[in-house]
Design a protein around this ligand. Structure first.
Ligand code: DQQ
Length: 575
């Protein structure tokens, strides 16, 4: 879809304003020099998560270099060891046998060399046959934030925990910005893939003015890298492309593929994290290997209006292939939505979303994501609801579980779509539409869904719900995760996050929803993981055993809760 002219102009204008506010320096993370090293004295537990990954204290952001090595999952992440706002960035390192329970190790990378003196920023891991894991990361060399790409290798390949990492002087930094490449917007190398022509290839995110760019580099020995004549992909008016990710997916089936796999059974996914919007966008397309160019399919809009991994708070994500279960797994960072002052008071900021298995939908138009199956091992007490009718205005409580720390799977059905409201083609922005038509506004088919983290008298609640419209050719399905009433506290970001769901209701009159509720996060998967939304929320009343969970319907068409299963979740063991 091409952006209408007025929208294009406003996008460019907005992008300029953003860049100007940042004095032309990249927007990446807001810098609060006075708070960067304010050490954490105490950690507030009220909104800490029980089963989403977070370290005991301080700031975290992007997941880095996830991999599976000798029976162990490794997660590295951007971390401020000195405080709970962004700054003093190192690669923290945690290990796990099941992606859910984690043990932290010493920091893997921290500024120690001239080429990373001002920060060890994001990057990826590649398991190089015959060599073992190699980390590629961005080193910041000066206070002007000049960026170069560096590598690190394990000190002991026999240690499955990979506890010590070294940054050899030979070949480091492996990449500096060539003439014509913006050296302060040159970062986040991808996992490498090995082409049939014997070259390793990686991408590095960048921008030239407002054009987002992913440069491609080739190497025969993984150490000497040469920039390809043209980028693998670029797009005007999208700004800096942070944390690009590029990987093959099976055309049919949900198994994952190793990053170097190629052939006719494969499509490609190209993801970038748009610094201007702070959302992760992807396209599905074709990789022309002889030319080293990626072209999105015409069913995948490229840019601001395109597909997102998640229509909520989910950024700087990174995927990896897990050979032990033949799947591709996606990690993403969920930032806080409260204020910096709150974060300093809390003594922590940032969580990782639950790792998600990712594969290509049978339509070929989009990805599907689902929480890794290991999460189910935390499920405790279970309650069920079957064939529960919901008339307009009905709220039925799901009792008997810990509603602030739960996993809920539900299928809703409806007999007819006749009452669906008419869709106005002007409603292209799902989040605005969700704000316009909240969970309490009576509809035709919907709003219906889950009311999570609700306080006793509904002073606070976070609804996750569907609303169905009659479009010109087919029905339009909206999924909302609306944080506007999530907290009585006013000074924070409470967005009405929403996305459209690509589903054909002509053949089935059902929609499914799964929500992972974990104190300050509601992470939802619509229609089996086609449209996903993570919201960060900070209830003041709907906390611990004061929180309640409901199913509800505010549409005139009766809704049936065909089947609901909800579990109290046990805490993960994260040390
Ligand atoms: N975070 C890192 C950068 C990356 C950004 C710095 C994305 O490498 O571009 O902490 O959140």
């Amino acid at each position: 879809m091409v952006l209408p002219k007025c929208r294009y102009i406003s996008v460019v204008f907005f992008a300029f304003v953003v860049l100007l506010i940042n004095n032309g320096v990249e927007a990446f993370h807001k810098v609060y020099p006075h708070l960067q090293s304010v050490s954490t004295i105490s950690v507030s537990g009220q909104h800490r998560t029980a089963y989403h990954f977070q370290p005991p204290k301080n700031w975290i952001n992007d997941p880095n270099g996830p991999m599976y090595y000798k029976g162990i999952y490794h997660l590295f992440y951007q971390y401020n060891p000195k405080g709970s706002v962004w700054g003093n960035i190192v690669w923290a390192h945690s290990v796990s046998k099941d992606l859910i329970n984690w043990r932290s190790l010493e920091h893997a990378l921290y500024p120690s060399k001239p080429f990373d003196k001002f920060g060890c920023w994001s990057g990826s891991a590649t398991i190089v046959p015959g060599k073992g894991p190699v980390i590629l990361y961005t080193g910041v060399v000066d206070d002007k934030q000049t960026q170069v790409q560096c590598y690190a290798i394990p000190e002991d390949l026999n240690d499955p925990l990979l506890q010590k990492w070294v940054k050899p002087d030979k070949f480091n930094p492996i990449l500096v910005a060539n003439k014509g490449v913006n050296g302060s917007a040159f970062r986040d190398p991808t996992t490498a893939w090995l082409s049939k022509d014997g070259h390793w290839k990686i991408l590095v995110g960048s921008r030239k003015n407002l054009t987002g760019i992913a440069y491609l580099y080739r190497s025969k020995d993984f150490m000497n890298w040469v920039q390809a004549k043209h980028p693998i992909h670029s797009k005007g008016a999208t700004g800096m492309w942070e944390c690009p990710d590029f990987y093959p997916v099976l055309l049919r089936g949900n198994a994952g593929l190793e990053t170097s796999e190629e052939g006719n059974h494969v499509k490609y996914v190209f993801k970038n994290s748009l610094d201007i919007t702070r959302f992760d966008y992807y396209t599905v397309g074709t990789y022309f290997k002889d030319k080293d160019r990626y072209v999105p399919d015409n069913t995948s809009e490229d840019g601001w209006g395109g597909l997102r991994y998640d229509y909520g708070n989910f950024y700087a994500s990174k995927s990896f292939f897990d050979p032990s279960k033949n799947r591709r797994i996606l990690w993403g960072w969920a930032n806080e939505s409260d204020t910096k002052e709150d974060d300093v008071r809390k003594g922590w900021a940032g969580i990782q979303a639950i790792p998600r298995t990712v594969w290509l939908d049978s339509t070929g138009r989009q990805l599907v994501q689902w929480p890794v199956e290991e999460l189910n091992n935390l499920r405790g007490k279970e309650v069920n609801m079957n064939s529960q009718k919901l008339q307009m205005g009905d709220y039925v409580e799901v009792k008997g579980i810990t509603a602030a720390q739960a996993d809920v799977e539900v299928t809703f059905s409806f007999a007819s779509l006749d009452k669906a409201e008419t869709y106005d083609p002007k409603w292209v922005n799902a989040q605005d539409l969700c704000a316009l038509k909240g969970s309490k506004l009576q509809g035709g088919v919907g709003p219906f869904g889950l009311l999570t983290l609700a306080s006793q008298n509904f002073e606070e609640f976070t609804p996750v719900f569907f609303r169905i419209f009659k479009g010109p050719d087919k029905h339009v399905v909206l999924l909302c995760s609306d944080a506007r009433s999530s907290s009585l506290k006013s000074s924070m970001y409470k967005p009405s996050f929403a996305g459209f769901v690509d589903v054909d209701l002509a053949t089935k009159r059902k929609l499914s929803l799964r929500s992972l509720i974990d104190h300050s996060v509601v992470e939802s998967f619509g229609e089996g993981g086609k449209t996903n939304i993570l919201s960060r929320v900070y209830p003041q009343l709907a906390v611990a055993n004061q929180a309640q969970l409901f199913v509800f319907n505010n549409g005139t068409e009766p809704i049936s809760v065909e089947n609901l299963k909800a579990w109290s979740m046990n805490p993960a063991d994260i040390k």
